[in-house]
Write a protein that binds this ligand. Structure first.
Ligand code: 5AD
Ligand code: SF4
Length: 443
């Protein structure tokens, strides 16, 4: 009999991808995904450790799911609970101690071990001990995962091309939770892309914690080569990639923005801060002007390019003047969209023990000012789309009768007139309305 698998995912797109791949690993064991946790036989919580709230959310969610597990036990069903992802990697022992009803704890590099871990958990069920695997195995999980087998449904799919990071920005847990940079072999990526397109994907977003550092040791291929190769796949309409480090933005990749029409003119290029002093302390290894120059080159290659970014406010020793430099780079570059965060101390990272930590109220006040500016830029960008014809990739019916939902080249949510026959097609539509978070075409 088939069993039900419930997966809850927090954090980045890489985690969304990992959840689909975990479902691929578990499918041969008889598990199909369900959205209904009360019917689950196996529950996986795929966690994020990048900022503090995520791990707090894990513990409160575990408490709630404990009740589901107890209710299912009363029906005679043993529900196994799995904690996966970056909190599992960083706090595995603590989770086992605080939530003894968790059966399995698995780090991001070990989820190909899930079937074998489940067997072990079943064997030692009576003892109740948790099975934990947070090793960084010598082998790559990608060599052991089954082929992408339909757990990414839909028009827009993710494809992990590299994982981990060697850059060691001083605030960031990624090099510790995901491990050092690893690029997947080029041929495997192209195969996986073909499978995704055959399964109905029209858009592929290439993923990596530092995606533009992609380099295949054996063939010497870089990210621009992957993009070019994917662009030749019939039926694939759009290509994106995220997240990039400014210093890994090489000339071939910049040229791809000029030469490959399927590569969308929208780029997530985090700068984090506009202050050179803070950028040094962050170990970003570039100055604010280096970033401005990269943006200029990109815009020369692709004049239609729009940008998105990540910002951290209240990094240790950030003064009002440093923060003003961040506001200035936002004014200079202008963003279509952006994410901004208060600096969060992550145990084990160099910045966590830096002197002059910034008080919480100061962080909050600066974040509010930055977000007001970013929101204004996003609204301006959306309003400027009114009256323009834009290409929209139609994904699914909108909640509004007679309308479909899709995305512009710039990832804006667009509501357009039409029906399900449009799903998976690109439509050129006249934008009639621009709101802070979406566009509408009533034409
Ligand atoms: N505190 C706040 N924000 C952080 N980020 C990463 N680590 C931290 C931290 N310790 C942000 C960065 C990164 C994004 C994914 O999360 O802006 O680009
Ligand atoms: Fe973290 Fe990105 Fe810096 Fe790598 S480049 S350490 S993932 S912020």
């Amino acid at each position: 009999m088939r069993k039900k698998l419930f997966i809850k995912t927090w954090g980045c797109q890489m985690n969304v991808y990992d959840s689909a791949r975990m479902a691929d690993v578990l499918a041969p064991l008889g598990y199909d995904r369900t959205e209904d946790q009360t019917q689950a036989d196996l529950i996986v919580l795929n966690t994020c450790h990048i900022r503090e709230k995520a791990s707090e959310k894990l513990f409160s969610e575990l408490g709630r799911l404990r009740a589901v597990q107890t209710a299912r036990a009363a029906q005679g069903v043993v529900v196994t609970m799995v904690v996966a992802g970056c909190v599992a990697q960083a706090l595995g022992e603590e989770i086992a101690r605080r939530a003894p009803y968790v059966g399995l704890i698995v780090g991001p590099q070990a989820y190909h071990h899930l079937p074998e871990m489940l067997t072990r958990a079943a064997q030692q069920k009576a003892g109740g001990a948790c099975v934990l695997d947070t090793e960084f195995p010598a082998e790559s999980k990608f060599d052991f995962l089954p082929q992408e087998n339909g757990n990414q449904k839909g028009i827009s799919a993710f494809l992990a091309v590299q994982e981990g990071c060697d850059r060691f920005c001083s605030y960031c847990v990624v090099p510790y939770t995901r491990g050092l940079e690893y690029s997947r072999p080029w041929a495997a990526l192209v195969d996986e892309a073909r499978v995704l397109v055959e399964g109905g994907a029209k858009e592929i977003t290439l993923l990596g914690q530092n995606v533009n550092a992609y380099h295949d040791e054996a063939s010497g291929k870089r990210l621009a080569d992957v993009i070019e190769k994917l662009a030749a796949i019939d039926g694939l309409l759009r290509i994106r990639y995220t997240t990039s480090h400014p210093l890994d933005m090489n000339d071939a990749l910049i040229a791809a923005h000029r030469d490959v029409p399927k590569l969308m003119p929208f780029l997530h290029l985090p700068v984090q801060s506009g202050s050179d002093k803070i950028l040094v302390a962050m170990n970003r290894k570039h100055k604010a002007d280096d970033y401005r120059r990269v943006v200029e080159k990109l815009k020369t290659a692709q004049p239609k390019l729009a940008l998105s970014s990540d910002f951290i406010v209240g990094f240790p020793a950030e003064t009002e003047e440093d923060f003003e430099a961040t506001m200035q780079i936002v004014r200079d570059v202008t963003y279509a969209q952006a994410f901004s965060f208060k600096y969060s101390r992550r145990a084990g990272t160099p910045a966590a023990v830096m002197p002059a930590q910034v008080p919480e109220e100061v962080k909050e006040e600066r974040l509010a000012r930055l977000q007001a500016l970013l929101r204004q830029q996003q609204t301006d960008f959306n309003k400027a789309c009114v009256g323009q014809k834009m290409s929209v990739l139609v994904e699914n019916p909108s909640r509004h009768e007679g309308f479909m939902f899709g995305r512009s080249a710039y990832m804006q949510a667009v509501r357009l007139k039409g029906d399900s026959a449009m799903e998976g097609t690109e439509q050129l539509v006249l934008i009639t309305r621009g709101d802070p978070n979406s566009l509408t075409s009533e034409a």
